[in-house]
Design a protein around this ligand. Structure first.
Ligand SMILES: *Cc1c(COP(=O)(O)O)cnc(C)c1O
Length: 476
């Protein structure tokens, strides 16, 4: 496949210039306004960019041609589950009936509360949990919420001496960060040779200081923790709680439930499992499920059915608020619509295809995959090549590369997750991209990517020096 991304050069594509040049500024006289506002909140004039509709439409269309997303092609970014987001969920969320003011009382928002209440029930049933809060705005925020629930639970039982959270070395960085942010000492658990939890290491790490073990299952190598019942018993016998990182729920959907494995708390990444857009730091949702014992600690407000409707209330020992109101409502509508459309058979089909696609793609690669058999994702090794350079070279094949260099127990890791939404042709295209780059000489792609609109960007500066507004950009 021949691939070239649109390359509107800066001189042709005025990304920021029209907003900065003198013609950009149009002063609107606000003297005639008839809305009574407090003086300290008003201005006499406001400066707006002066752009016509065609200029704006073309500007954004060109920008969209210069970027890559899950609507342009496959996006096998392992652990992130970048599945395609069906457009009907956008239609549902765009219904003006959903645009309600959050300060409206429960009596006039019964439809909203019912949808949230039913989504809580759907998620509880899918995860095998007793209660779910929709409030946290991301998976990481869900982790922090869940660990705070665990902390309050231990405090409430007079066990505030528990000051350690155990996290396996294959875990996502947010697990370590959430536990540390909640005030815990983080104990990193080295994996066994097979990439799974080492039971004797777990036994040695647990004690009366253990507050929780945070576990991803299947883990980030795509491996199911076969000893999950023994793991759960070890942690519970020590008085700790079991936290399930739901990022890989796609592998189990409709087939196995964290609650049945012994987990006490879990988060759901609705943007991974339930096809809502990834937030990119923006609005997402990371609902948290808990067992009955932990229900009183859920964030406030929580939603419950009363018999003749739904209401919001503050749970008895609530940890407080973790986000505004009941959460990012428009994202939650999409998750609800997706689950309702698929139903139980559709959800089970999703995990079947996710696992089949990962195994098919893995079988087509001329690369070592050290840990097998895996489920919905696998971690290939780039061997002598630098995984980040392999990723850059793959961009020239019109695909998004996999996640690189994590987990670090695999040498030059390429963590790959095609998701259930790709068909066989697309998986073959991905396999060709992997294999062509794997067979090539690293010197040949030292200046890759060549066919994309942005070439070798400074990744550190891009992550650390983020400028989200044209106000912050200095023009040459
Ligand atoms: C994505 C991910 C998270 C964090 O979720 P966000 O919604 O991105 O905050 C946590 N754990 C794992 C394994 C993940 O892949």
């Amino acid at each position: 496949m021949i691939y070239d991304q649109a390359r509107w050069r800066r001189t042709e594509e005025p990304v920021y210039e029209p907003l900065s040049a003198e013609k950009a500024e149009r002063t609107v006289d606000l003297d005639d306004r008839d809305v009574p506002l407090p003086d300290e909140l008003t201005r006499d004039e406001v400066t707006l960019p002066r752009l016509s509709e065609p200029e704006l439409a073309r500007h954004y269309t060109r920008l969209s041609q210069m970027t890559y997303g899950v609507d342009s092609g496959p996006y096998p970014l392992g652990s992130c589950t970048m599945k395609y987001n069906p457009k009907f969920t956008e239609d549902v969320a765009a219904d003006p009936a959903g645009l309600i003011h959050p300060h409206r009382g429960d009596e006039t928002t019964q439809g909203t509360l019912e949808l949230c209440g039913r989504l809580q029930d759907y998620l509880a049933r899918i995860g095998g949990m007793d209660a779910v809060t929709l409030q946290p705005p991301a998976g990481a925020a869900g982790e922090f919420t869940g660990i705070r629930i665990a902390a309050n639970y231990h405090d409430h039982r007079g066990e505030s001496h528990r000051d350690e959270v155990i996290v396996p070395d294959t875990a996502h960085g947010t697990n370590f960060a959430s536990a540390a942010l909640a005030g815990y000492d983080v104990i990193e658990l080295p994996s066994g040779d097979d990439g799974r939890i080492d039971l004797s290491a777990l036994e040695a790490a647990t004690s009366d200081r253990t507050a929780a073990l945070m576990l991803t299952n299947p883990n980030t190598l795509g491996l199911f923790e076969r000893d999950i019942e023994t793991i759960a018993a070890t942690v519970h016998d020590a008085g700790g709680l079991l936290y399930y990182d739901g990022a890989n729920l796609n592998a189990l959907l409709g087939r196995a439930r964290p609650g049945d494995m012994g987990f006490d708390i879990m988060h759901y990444n609705v943007h991974k499992t339930f096809a809502t857009p990834h937030g990119g730091g923006g609005p997402g949702a990371g609902p948290v499920g808990v067992t009955e014992d932990l229900q009183p600690f859920l964030p406030t407000p929580h939603i419950r059915e009363t018999g003749d409707g739904f209401e919001t209330y503050e749970p008895a020992q609530s940890i407080g608020k973790v986000h505004g109101f009941c959460g990012n409502w428009l994202v939650l509508i999409k998750a609800f619509a997706y689950i309702a459309r698929l139903g139980d058979p559709g959800l089970a089909d999703t995990s079947a295809k996710a696992v089949l696609n990962a195994n098919y793609l893995g079988s087509q690669l001329d690369m070592e995959i050290p840990h097998e058999p895996y489920h919905h994702e696998f971690v290939a090794s780039a061997g002598d090549k630098d995984a980040a350079e392999v990723a850059k070279a793959m961009l020239d094949h019109g695909v998004h590369p996999p996640t690189t260099k994590w987990p670090d127990i695999v040498r030059e890791a390429l963590m790959t997750e095609p998701t259930e939404s790709e068909n066989r042709d697309t998986l073959d295209q991905l396999a060709r991209a992997f294999n062509t780059v794997a067979a090539g000489d690293e010197d040949d792609f030292a200046d890759a990517p060549r066919r994309t609109s942005a070439r070798r960007i400074d990744q550190v500066a891009a992550a650390r020096d983020v400028r989200l507004s044209w106000h912050d950009v200095e023009f040459e």
